[in-house]
Design a protein around this ligand. Structure first.
Ligand code: DQQ
Length: 661
C-alpha cells in the first residue's frame, strides 16, 4: 500500500508494534525462483529449529509462571451473563479491529464504523496537524475518562484513564497532571497502576471527595483478576505535598462488591461523596437491572464500610447501563457553583449519566430529597437518558468537581476519536479532554444548564479580527480575512431579518440535524452560520450553524448543528451531522462561540444552552490552507452577522521539571 511512503521509519516502527504494516513497494521483492530454490532448505531447517525452541520455551514459561496461567484462564472466563469474554472478538459483523472494552464490561472504545486498515493515504503532515494545541492531552498513547479532578494547595489536579503502552484502550492506569490555570499543564508520574488483584485488569474511573478537615478520599472502580467490578479506596500519602505524587491504596480493598442482583460487570464509577442531614456521607454508583439504568445509593461514615440503601437515587427504564454518574447541586438564584453537599431552598440537583448503550452523556434537572435519598426530575419527559444531552457531539464520561478556590463547578469531558483506530496507532495518540467548562443553572429558561469554557482559556487569545453587521443574503458566502485558522476562539451573533421572518413559514417544520442533509440542505430560514476548517475551493469544510424551523402556526424552533459530512476528503472518518434544538428567548439574537483547535471544534450556542463537540480530520484545509467563512444557505431570509475572532496561542503541556527542584 503506497500510503505508507510518506511516513518516515520512526512511524512505521511505532505502528508496527500494534498493527502489522504491509511492506512498502521499495522493500517488497517478488520472489526470485532460482534464489528460492537454493535457499528453501536452509530456511526451512532454521525456521523449524526456531519454532521448536519457541514452543519449548513457551511451555516452560507457562509451567513456571502462575500469573500467565491466570491470564490464559481469564481469557476463557465468563462474564456475569455467562457469556464468553472473548465473544466480541469473534463477532461475525466485525470487519475492523477487535472490540475494545466490551468484553470487560465497559462500552466500546473504538470508532466502529471504520475498517481495520486506514483506507486513506494519511501523510505525516496531516497526522501531525491533528494534534491539538490548547486542549489537554498526554504526550502520547491512549486516554479516556477524566478522573478525580480536584484543587489542592494552589494546583488543579487532573487524573485520567490512560494506556501507557498504546494508542488503543487497555491496561488502564491513572495518568496525572497538574495546572495552575486549567490550561497549561505539567505531566506527573502515574498516580495509580493496575498492580493489585482488585484492579489488575484496570484502575478504572473514580472521583475525589475533599473532607471538611482537608483530607482527600479517592474512590475508584477496580477490574479484578476475575473481571469483577469492585470499588476501591485510595488516599494521598502526603497531604502537604501540593503535587500529591504518591497514592496509597487502602490495604483492605475492595470496600464495595457488586450487591446481590447486580451483575459483576455492571457496577462502576463511584461519584464524589456528599454529606446528608444525618451527618453520613453518600455516594451513588451507576448500574442496570435488565434494561433499566439505575443509580445505587450507599452511606458511609469512614469511607471503609458502606451501607447499601434499599432505594435507588433514580432509575430510568430502557436506558441500559449507567456509567460515570455525576450528581451535584446548582443554585437557581446565585451565579456561583455549589459544593457537592449543599442543598436546600434555591437549589436544584443535576443528575448525569453516561449511557453505555449509545455512548452519550445525558442529564436532567430535578430535586433531591436527602431524607429518602431520592431524586425526582423536574420534567419526567426529559428524564436522564431520554432528554437533554450535555453535548451533542463526540463527548463522553464527563465529570464535574467543585473548585473551592474560585467557587465554581467545573466540568471535564472525554473527547474521543472518530477516525480509524489504525490511524490513531499511526499518529501515536488518541483522545483529548475538553476545555473545562463552568456549569450553572440557566436562570432565564429554567430548563437547562449553561456550559461555558473557563475564563482562563481567554489568556491564550492573541491577534483579533472583528467584523460587524455583515449582511448575508440568501445563498451567500463571505470569507473572513483570518490567516492561520487552526487555533481560534470565535464569537458570532446573527440577526434574522424581522420582516422576512414574520412573513415566512414552512409546511413541514420538523427538523433534525442528524437526519438532515447538513449545511447543504436549504430551508426558508436556515441554515446560516460559520464554516471553519474550510479550504478556498471548499473541498473541505465544517459548518456550524443555526436552522430555524417555523410552522404554519407561527411557532418557531431553532436548531444548532455541526456538519462533519464534508469535513474531510478521507472516507474512513465519521461524517455525522451533530446537533439539537436550542432555546431562544424573545428578544435574544442568535449567538455562538467556537473553539477551534486543529482536529477539535467545541461549539456553544446561546451562552452554552446547547453544546456540540466535533472531531474533524481535514486533509486539505490544514495549516495555512485553513479558512473561515460566514454563510447563509437559507432561501427566504437575510441574516446580519457580527464576528469577533482571536487567534489562540498554544498552551504549555510538558513534564513536571523535577530536575529543576
Ligand atoms: N471507562 C472506564 C470505566 C467507565 C468507562 C474504563 C466509561 O470505569 O465506565 O476505562 O468510558
Amino acid at each position: 500500500m503506497d500510503t505508507y511512503h510518506f511516513l518516515p521509519s520512526r512511524d512505521l516502527e511505532h505502528a508496527s508494534s500494534y498493527t502489522p504494516l504491509p511492506d512498502s513497494p521499495e522493500t517488497r521483492h517478488e520472489p526470485d525462483p532460482d534464489r528460492s530454490k537454493t535457499n528453501r532448505r536452509p530456511i526451512k531447517i532454521v525456521s523449524s529449529v526456531l519454532l521448536a525452541t519457541l514452543i519449548f520455551s513457551f511451555v516452560i514459561f507457562l509451567l513456571v509462571n502462575p500469573n500467565v496461567q491466570q491470564v490464559v484462564r481469564k481469557k476463557v472466563s465468563k462474564n456475569s451473563n455467562g457469556e464468553d469474554h472473548n465473544k466480541a472478538s469473534k463477532s461475525p459483523e466485525m470487519l475492523g479491529p477487535p472490540s475494545r472494552g466490551v468484553s470487560q464490561g465497559v462500552s466500546e472504545k473504538s470508532f466502529r464504523q471504520a475498517t481495520a486498515e486506514p483506507s486513506y493515504p494519511w501523510t505525516n503532515d496531516m497526522l501531525s496537524w491533528q494534534r491539538t494545541s490548547f486542549h489537554f492531552q498526554p504526550q502520547e498513547n491512549w486516554m479516556n475518562d477524566p478522573n478525580g479532578p480536584l484543587f489542592h494547595m494552589g494546583w488543579y489536579h487532573l487524573f485520567y484513564q490512560y494506556n501507557p503502552d498504546s494508542a488503543i484502550w487497555g491496561n488502564i492506569t491513572w495518568g496525572h497532571a497538574i495546572s495552575r490555570d486549567l490550561i497549561n499543564w505539567l505531566h506527573l508520574p502515574f498516580a495509580m497502576q493496575p498492580d493489585q488483584w482488585y484492579d489488575i485488569n484496570g484502575v478504572w474511573t473514580g472521583s475525589a471527595t475533599i473532607l471538611p478537615d482537608g483530607k482527600i478520599v479517592m474512590l475508584y472502580t477496580g477490574d479484578t483478576d476475575d473481571l469483577v467490578q469492585v470499588q476501591n479506596l485510595a488516599y494521598p500519602a502526603n497531604l502537604s505535598d501540593p503535587l500529591l505524587l504518591d497514592w496509597i491504596k487502602y490495604p483492605d480493598n475492595p470496600v464495595m462488591f457488586p450487591p446481590p442482583g447486580i451483575g459483576s460487570t455492571d457496577f462502576r464509577d463511584p461519584t464524589t461523596a456528599w454529606i446528608g442531614p444525618d451527618g453520613k456521607w453518600r455516594i451513588t454508583i451507576g448500574s442496570k437491572v435488565n434494561k433499566t439504568g439505575i443509580s445505587l445509593m450507599y452511606k458511609t461514615t469512614d469511607f471503609i464500610t458502606y451501607e447499601l440503601l434499599d432505594n435507588l437515587l433514580h432509575a430510568v427504564p430502557g436506558t441500559g447501563m449507567w456509567e460515570c454518574v455525576d450528581f451535584y447541586p446548582v443554585s437557581v438564584t446565585g451565579s456561583n457553583g455549589l459544593d457537592t453537599s449543599v442543598n436546600g431552598p434555591g437549589v436544584k440537583h443535576v443528575l448525569k449519566s453516561s449511557l453505555d448503550d449509545d455512548r452519550h452523556d445525558y442529564y436532567a434537572l430535578g430535586t433531591y430529597d436527602p431524607i429518602n435519598d431520592k431524586w425526582t426530575p423536574d420534567n419526567p419527559e426529559l428524564d436522564v437518558g431520554i432528554g437533554l444531552r450535555l453535548d451533542y457531539g463526540k463527548y463522553y464520561a464527563s465529570k464535574t468537581f467543585y473548585d473551592q478556590d474560585k467557587e465554581r463547578r467545573l466540568l471535564w469531558g472525554w473527547i474521543g476519536e472518530s477516525d480509524n483506530e489504525s490511524t490513531d496507532l499511526l499518529k501515536g495518540w488518541a483522545s483529548v479532554q475538553s476545555i473545562p467548562r463552568t456549569v450553572v443553572f440557566d436562570k432565564k429558561t429554567g430548563t437547562n444548564i449553561l456550559q461555558w469554557p473557563v475564563k482562563e482559556v481567554e489568556s491564550l487569545r492573541s491577534r483579533s479580527y472583528e467584523i460587524n453587521d455583515v449582511e448575508l443574503k440568501p445563498g451567500s458566502l463571505v470569507p473572513l480575512k483570518i490567516s492561520s485558522a487552526a487555533q481560534l476562539d470565535i464569537v458570532a451573533s446573527f440577526e434574522v431579518d424581522e420582516e422576512a421572518f414574520k412573513g415566512t413559514y414552512e409546511a413541514d417544520a420538523s427538523y433534525n440535524c442528524t437526519a438532515s442533509e447538513g449545511a447543504a440542505g436549504r430551508g426558508i430560514l436556515g441554515p446560516f452560520g460559520i464554516l471553519v476548517l474550510a479550504d478556498d475551493p471548499l473541498s473541505e469544510l465544517t459548518p456550524v450553524y443555526f436552522y430555524i424551523a417555523k410552522g404554519v402556526d407561527g411557532n418557531a424552533k431553532t436548531y444548532f448543528c455541526a456538519d462533519q459530512s464534508r469535513s474531510s476528503t478521507a472516507s474512513d472518518v465519521d461524517k455525522e451531522v451533530y446537533g439539537s434544538d436550542v432555546p431562544v428567548l424573545p428578544g435574544e439574537s442568535l449567538s455562538m462561540r467556537l473553539l477551534v483547535d486543529h482536529s477539535i471544534v467545541e461549539s456553544f450556542a446561546q451562552g452554552g444552552r446547547t453544546v456540540i463537540t466535533s472531531r474533524v480530520y481535514p486533509t486539505r484545509a490544514i495549516y495555512s490552507a485553513a479558512r473561515v467563512f460566514l454563510f447563509n444557505n437559507a432561501t427566504g431570509v437575510s441574516v446580519t452577522a457580527s464576528v469577533k475572532a482571536w487567534q489562540m496561542a498554544s498552551a504549555t503541556l510538558k513534564p513536571f521539571p523535577f530536575d529543576q527542584l
